[in-house]
Design a protein around this ligand. Structure first.
Ligand code: FUB
Length: 334
């Protein structure tokens, strides 16, 4: 009897999860921009169990946006998640986290990344924190599933303004977290606007471990992304190009360094001041995700705060350096 109850429970659970999956909207990849029904930015891919999950910020139009400045060009109130098994058919999981899901969060869902460790999914985010922080901070939320629900395990920002030197960007320098677990099992958090910060994370993934270092990267602006391939570590970031951001990178034999700058990985994004890298290996290919601002939606043209996520293939040279990436309209095939 117990066995019958067990199998019935498993069957019902499987049916419920199958139904909820099949009800989610899907779309086909028709080239860049990848997502065409919403403005999206700051792509962060994560591969888990044969699926590539893509987390993005949801850029939204608001009245007055085109004359706004000082960060108000952006209206990003939530992070969205998409997934694919083949880079062609994508499932839209909708909104999976908002700054206001953190008790300290008051808005501005800027760049974020999800990393898996021991079956838990850690969402490292940039958000605006209210009293007593009153600045942009790095937060962390955790879930047992890549699509949430995510909850804040520490009840406070992981990095807040008073923990770092303000450098050239003042109170908004603690943004754009990226996390990598190196081949020794050590997790590293890198972030920053104007200054590139690097710190170890404790094994619990939700506390810094030791000092915060500053990495000196040429023309560094923001948007760092840590990755590893064949024992070589890569720090890819938005650097200052010809009046707008482009993407540059550095390489190191270990996360301890030394980091050797390698120059530009890809040029400026069409029509967008910002560009933001997200790198992943999936089904035997490497991909560079980024955003441009070429989409027009509901009569609103792409702009600094109305960006669109794109993806192109990334290739490596035999010496481990990355080949320059051409930003295409065609995007990626299977
Ligand atoms: O999307 C808001 C900010 O713009 C991000 O945090 C930066 O990386 C830049 O893309």
């Amino acid at each position: 009897m117990k066995k019958v109850i067990f199998f019935t429970t498993v069957l019902v659970a499987a049916l419920i999860s199958g139904c909820s999956q099949s009800k989610l909207p899907t779309f086909k990849n028709t080239g860049n921009p990848l997502i065409k029904d919403k403005f999206t930015a700051d792509p962060a891919p994560m591969v888990h169990d044969g699926t590539l999950y893509l987390y993005v910020g949801h850029d939204e139009y608001y009245e007055g946006q085109d004359s706004a400045g000082g960060g108000k060009e952006f209206n990003i109130t939530e992070w969205l998640c998409y997934s694919t098994k083949d880079m062609q058919t994508w499932t839209d999981h909708g909104s999976v986290l908002k700054p206001t899901d953190f008790k300290w969060g008051v808005g501005e869902a800027w760049a974020a990344q999800v990393v898996e460790k021991d079956g838990k999914f850690y969402y490292y985010v940039t958000a605006l924190a209210g009293e007593p922080y009153n600045s942009r901070v790095v937060g962390v939320a955790v879930s047992d599933s890549p699509t949430g629900p995510f909850t804040d395990p520490i009840g406070k920002p992981l990095v807040s303004d008073e923990m770092t030197d303000n450098g050239p960007r003042g109170w908004w320098n603690d943004i754009d977290p990226t996390v990598l677990i190196d081949n020794n099992g050590q997790a590293w958090l890198c972030w920053g606007n104007g200054t590139c910060f690097l710190a170890k994370l404790k094994p619990n993934m939700v506390e810094l471990d030791g000092d915060i270092q500053v990495l000196d990267m040429p023309r560094y602006v923001e948007g760092p992304w840590l990755s590893e391939r064949n024992g070589t570590y890569y720090l890819t970031y938005a650097s200052f190009g010809q009046g707008r951001e482009n993407i540059a990178y550095a390489m190191a034999p270990s996360m301890e360094g030394p980091w050797t700058p390698q120059g530009e990985l890809t040029g400026m994004a069409e029509n967008s001041f910002t560009i933001h890298p997200g790198i992943a290996e999936f089904n035997g290919k490497w991909y560079l995700f980024y955003h441009n601002a070429t989409l027009t939606l509901d009569g609103h043209k792409g702009a600094i705060g109305r960006r669109s996520v794109c993806v192109d293939e990334l290739h490596y040279n035999p010496d481990g350096t990355m080949q320059h990436v051409e930003q295409t309209q065609k995007g990626v095939s299977k």
